[in-house]
Design a binder for this molecule. Structure first.
Ligand code: PRP
Length: 207
């Protein structure tokens, strides 16, 4: 039996579809319920419904053997897991954005609001730019609107959240997509099962 950490929400639907196409369906999951664990004995999978940003935690600690996580989360948290496949969906970019017309003054410390504290810190450290990080958990766009920050570092998918809030992209610096990740010990002890899932996922993403 393989335990799979599945992200809930936006990414989750595409992830489940791919797993279904790969032969790892779990009909129980189609029913709306508050259940968090689903099992399909026939295909030998157990699904855990987890918050997208927690997928890598479950996989790193072995509560799940495998999982599907966004590259943004992997870059932010650097979990000790194997990243075996780029699934090619859940595509977005990590970007710096600000109010339309914003002009940076390099002489001043830049106030950066973000959910991605490590990614943002690394990005500006590479440029040698002094910043003041403002950690937030959501609705990051509000920070420059309320003048709490100068810029945000956040993911941009369609760009509509920025547009609807009169913000614009200043710089895009990281391509993001969903990745198939594996627990290091599981890969040793369940190698055949995991490789089978990997191959099926490769086929399903190419369809
Ligand atoms: C993410 C991100 C942006 C938005 C980008 O937020 O933080 O706000 O999606 O998508 P778009 O370019 O297609 O508009 P999410 O929906 O995860 O909600 P959050 O504000 O709670 O983080």
């Amino acid at each position: 039996m393989l335990t799979v950490a599945l992200p809930k929400g936006r990414l989750g639907e595409s992830v489940y579809k791919i797993l279904e196409n790969a032969g790892y369906a779990c009909p129980e999951m189609n029913e709306s319920s508050r259940k968090l664990v689903f099992e399909n004995k026939e295909t030998g999978v157990r699904y855990l419904q987890v918050k997208p940003s927690d997928v890598a935690v479950y996989v790193e600690r072995g509560a799940a053997d495998v999982g599907i996580a966004g590259k943004d989360i992997l870059e932010e948290n650097s979990p000790r897991v194997y990243e075996l496949l780029d699934l090619g969906f859940g595509k977005c970019r990590m970007a710096v954005a600000a109010k339309n017309g914003f002009v940076d003054n390099p002489a001043r410390t830049l106030r950066v609001a973000t959910k991605f504290v490590n990614i943002a810190s690394r990005h500006y450290a590479n440029k040698g730019r002094n910043i003041d990080i403002i950690p937030l958990h959501g609705s990051i766009e509000l920070a420059p609107i309320t003048n709490m920050s100068d810029v945000i570092v956040d993911i941009v998918e369609s760009g509509s959240t920025l547009k609807e809030n009169d913000l614009c992209v200043i710089e895009e610096f990281m391509q993001i997509s969903a990745r198939f990740i594996v627990n290091e010990a599981s890969f040793k002890f369940k190698e055949a099962e995991i490789n089978r899932m990997l191959e099926k996922l490769k086929e399903a993403t190419q369809k």
